[in-house]
Design a protein around this ligand. Structure first.
Ligand SMILES: [Zn+2]
Length: 231
């Protein structure tokens, strides 16, 4: 390979994702403006290092979603203190461009998301991740209490600020995560109004709908306020 080809190849990979990366890191606005937003929003195939983090956790032995169909995204979000923070998620490659665009717009608008880490940081325990108000996407798992695979199993669904936007079973009264009970609401009973509260006037809702997603908050039961999915 000659030097020109090598330089082109290197610049191609640099455009996709820079080498330096530490998810969950709080940054100064000066650092972000110096590095540029493109540095913080990118998509890459599941590397061996990332796969080692998810194997037997969110990517279980019987996972029917091919590794090749998934993408690892690097993101930037405004955290609960209003500061820029790095995030990461794994999604289906079909929605990677949607999510990069949505999260970039949310960041620019100052929309607060507490944290965006792989569910594997919680041993792929959805309840633990939701209780920690962690925003996450891919997790090969069944819908709670059923044998049906969740849309999260293919990386086509995402849960945003799940503690403040819990999933409410209207019939049984079950709230997931249980710790989000004080934030649970129905159309008649709105509690826990916060800046992270998703409803039809919310920017997060508007962006996901504009990108062709369905909102779980519009379902009759359960009302899954944290959940957006694409079919
Ligand atoms: Zn969900």
């Amino acid at each position: 390979m000659n030097n020109i080809k090598l330089a082109l190849l290197l610049s191609f990979f640099t455009l996709i994702c820079p080498a330096q990366w530490e998810p969950g890191k709080v940054l100064s606005p000066e650092t972000v403006s110096r590095e540029g937003l493109d540095t913080y929003f990118c998509s890459e195939p599941i590397s061996d290092a990332v796969f080692a983090r998810i194997w037997l956790k969110s990517f279980k032995r019987d996972c029917t979603t091919p590794r090749e169909s998934l993408r690892y995204l690097r993101l930037l979000h405004v955290n609960k203190d209003g500061r820029p923070q790095t995030g990461e998620l794994i999604c289906n490659k079909a929605i990677a461009p949607d999510l990069l665009d949505i999260f970039r717009q949310l960041y620019t608008a100052g929309y607060r998301i507490e944290k965006i880490r792989l569910v594997d940081e919680y041993n792929a325990d959805d309840e633990a991740s939701m209780t920690d108000n962690n925003t996450s996407c891919f997790n090969f798992r069944r819908i709670n209490g059923s044998k049906t695979l969740s849309r999260h199993s293919t990386g086509m669904a995402i849960d945003i600020n799940p503690l403040y936007n819990p999933c409410l079973n209207v019939k049984s009264g079950l709230v997931e995560p249980a710790a989000g009970k004080s934030y649970a609401r129905s159309r008649k009973n709105k509690q826990g109004q916060t800046i992270c509260f998703i409803d039809t006037r919310d920017l997060c809702y508007k962006l996901f709908i504009a990108h062709g997603f369905i909102w779980g908050g519009n379902w009759p039961n359960p009302k899954d306020y944290q959940h957006f999915e694409k079919r």
